[in-house]
Design a protein around this ligand. Structure first.
Ligand code: TMP
Ligand code: ASP
Length: 236
């Protein structure tokens, strides 16, 4: 597949056109930001870990009936994916209180929620990705009712599948963020990435953070934690 011009550069990835208009190539960078870009840095080989881990998890999800954008891993940092129009929603699933949920609702980090919960944020950096509800998403024309239903069903299913895979590697899935996209014919599929950038992973025994919170909170050890998650999940 011939790789063509760069279409887009985000905070953690670049996207390139290919000779096939329905396929793009994603390149994963080591760049890391937090607080809407207020903190900038790099996490060594994060791009490699996120690329390989996201691809492996998306392949597992496909086997469980979740359609994803994954097409083919080209090398350590580059992957072919289906071109989609991204639905401008960050879809967050939480099993355990942490981060903004703990702050907003005054619930101590680590409190197990009585039921997994779902939040939508409006994906808009200028507005700092504000929390919105289902009705806001409809009012703002971000997605249709049918699309929101599909997205919620997929997101909770992703949670069940990921929780199980991670627990086998002694990792607790605290919460995570998904993004969905529309194919040309309107079909909703899982897009973006599933990685320690977009999930909270806690060691099931020690409770240690194994994710980007190490970077966000200046705790240190993030590069090693990313490698640890890759070793545990991919045996390499
Ligand atoms: P939060 O507690 O800060 O709202 O984060 C919830 C989850 O979403 C957590 O697993 C980290 C992930 N996340 C992203 O992937 N991108 C973001 O920009 C933010 C703020 C959180
Ligand atoms: N998306 C956030 C930012 O760019 C990063 C994060 O907290 O994951 O600042």
């Amino acid at each position: 597949m011939e790789i063509k011009e760069q279409l887009y550069e985000g905070k953690a990835k670049k996207v390139y056109a290919t000779e096939d208009p329905a396929i793009v190539m994603v390149h994963y960078k080591d760049d890391a930001t937090a607080g809407d870009g207020a903190k900038k840095g790099t996490i060594q080989d994060k791009g490699v870990v996120n690329n390989r881990l996201s691809n492996a998890l998306m392949q597992r999800l496909e086997l469980e009936g979740i359609p994803t954008h994954y097409v083919q891993e080209l090398n350590d940092r580059d992957t072919l994916v289906k071109r989609v129009q991204i639905v401008p929603l960050e879809v967050i699933i939480r099993n355990v209180a942490a981060g903004s949920f703990s702050k907003r609702y005054g619930v101590e980090e680590g409190t197990v929620l009585s039921a997994p919960t779902l939040e939508f944020s409006y994906k808009n950096d200028d507005l700092h990705d504000p929390l919105i509800n289902h009705y806001h998403a409809l009012a703002l024309d971000l997605a249709t009712q049918a699309e929101l239903d599909t997205i919620a069903t997929y997101a909770f299913k992703v949670n069940e599948v990921l929780k199980k895979i991670l627990l086998e590697a002694n990792i607790r899935l605290i919460d995570f963020k998904l993004e969905f996209g529309r194919l040309e014919d309107g079909t909703i599929i899982l897009a973006d990435e599933i990685s320690p950038d977009t999930c909270r992973f806690w060691d099931a025994i020690t409770g240690a953070h194994l994710d980007k919170d190490l970077f966000r909170r200046d705790l240190g050890g993030e590069a090693g934690a990313y490698q640890e998650v890759m070793h545990r999940l991919l045996n390499q």
